[in-house]
Design a protein. Structure first.
Length: 297
């Protein structure tokens, strides 16, 4: 596990015990602590922890109100309630506020570890479900997309679309821009030459901009096109890095991590996702386009 925890309890000894249990059992890192609710909420919003542990009975603002307000900012954050109160009404109210599980006082090491492991299992299951939903949405987008005349003439563009589907970016705005850039390259017959980028990227952006204006009357600047493409490739990098963390031998990761990206940058992105680094991996538009051309030729 590699989660960031935030702890809220008005008893300093409880905060100390919980911190030691989390760190010594490699459950993650404690990135913040507070002894009262109001201060805790402001820090939680700023720090965005992965898991919140909060005492039920706090001065001024109790744990239930803390959870309710935190959930207003981050609905998906798992919240674990710490309590020595056994009132059914209070427990029911706590669950209704959005907590996942309870840890009873006095603190028991085994119980804390088991409760956090159960939350970990729920988070992993949610990631699996989300990945299936993303894949399903991409498949639906692929089915619903109407091929253009250019796509019908050039199966290489359809192959590129399949790659975008594998990368989870088929519905991103920059995908259409990239396809239009590929169309320009294929029409000129440059895809079979090693000096494809004798063309400046700005020339390709200009071609796409003019195409939109002529065909649809859309005025899209070259800068806007570049930004959309950069965001889309950045999303692809994040998706491939996430995939590599879950399954380094997955065929999509093995096929595209080095052909479309710099593998060192993929590893940087993986470290960023794992919170081992504050620096994200970088993308190269040229590398991505050249890799695509190699893949579809």
């Amino acid at each position: 596990m590699n989660y960031n925890f935030y702890l809220v309890d008005d008893d300093p000894s409880v905060l100390s015990i919980l911190s030691k249990i989390i760190v010594s059992n490699n459950l993650g890192d404690v990135i913040g602590k507070s002894s009262e609710g109001e201060h805790a909420i402001a820090e939680i919003v700023r720090l965005k922890p992965d898991i919140l542990l909060v005492d039920l009975l706090l001065p001024k603002k109790d744990g239930i109100r803390v959870v309710q307000e935190v959930k207003g900012h981050y609905p998906e954050i798992p919240c674990i309630m710490i309590s020595e109160v056994y009132s059914k009404d209070m427990v029911s109210k706590a669950y209704n506020s959005g907590i996942e599980l309870f840890i009873n006082k006095p603190i028991n090491v085994i119980e804390v570890i088991n409760v956090i492991k159960r939350v970990d299992e729920k988070l992993k299951m949610k990631r699996v479900i989300d990945s299936f939903q993303t894949a399903f949405q991409s498949m639906q987008s692929l089915k619903e997309a109407v091929p253009t005349a250019e796509n019908l003439k050039n199966p290489k563009l359809e192959s590129a679309r399949q790659i975008f589907n594998h990368l989870g970016i088929l519905s991103e705005a920059g995908t259409k821009d990239i396809l239009n850039m590929l169309e320009f390259i294929f029409e000129k017959g440059d895809a079979n030459k090693r000096n494809i980028f004798d063309h400046k990227l700005s020339d390709l952006y200009d071609y796409v901009s003019i195409k939109y204006e002529k065909e649809k009357g859309e005025l899209v600047s070259e800068k806007a096109i570049e930004q959309r493409i950069r965001r889309t490739i950045g999303q692809a990098l994040g998706n491939i890095a996430e995939l590599g963390l879950h399954d380094y031998e997955h065929h999509v990761f093995e096929k595209y991590a080095s052909s479309l990206f710099d593998l060192r940058e993929v590893r940087k992105e993986m470290d960023y996702i794992k919170r081992n680094s504050k620096t994200r991996g970088k993308i190269s538009i040229k590398k991505f386009i050249l890799g695509l051309i190699e893949e579809v030729n």
